[in-house]
Design a protein. Structure first.
Length: 134
């Protein structure tokens, strides 16, 4: 059981972690994993799988590695049932992460997405940048 905050991590931050283990996002997410509870939904897990299995990533991560990452995330994260949907982000696809945060009583969202970052704070939930633009 984690005693830390309840955290939602967006797909782009997770992809950065998977593809570039030494990235700032990967380092931040390793700290989150060790002391906080990750929150996911069926929709966010499905999106992560679909994106990581795109042909453009095949040179960087195998299907077996994707399966391993998804299994690991599934074993350490709490899957949140989405009972209330949010429509607040200027990119409607990003509302999925707000759904998880609101329904899962999250303390924060880790992202590099400008559309989510523009909402900081959202209903008392911190929206934090996972990595620097460089």
């Amino acid at each position: 059981m984690h005693s830390g905050s309840r955290i939602v991590v967006d797909t782009n931050a997770l992809i950065s972690r998977a593809l570039i283990p030494s990235s700032v996002a990967a380092q931040a997410l390793s700290m989150v994993e060790s002391s906080h509870l990750w929150l996911v939904s069926e929709a966010t897990m499905k999106e992560l799988a679909e994106v990581l299995l795109r042909p453009k990533f095949a040179l960087y991560i195998t299907g077996e590695q994707v399966a391993g990452l998804l299994a690991r995330l599934d074993s350490i994260a709490e899957t949140v049932p989405i009972l209330h949907h949010v429509t607040a982000c200027r990119d409607p696809k990003d509302d999925t992460f707000l759904d998880v945060a609101i329904n899962g009583n999250a303390n924060g969202i880790i992202t590099g997405d400008a559309d989510l970052l523009a909402l900081h704070p959202f209903r008392g939930i911190a929206i934090l940048r996972a990595f620097r633009n460089s």
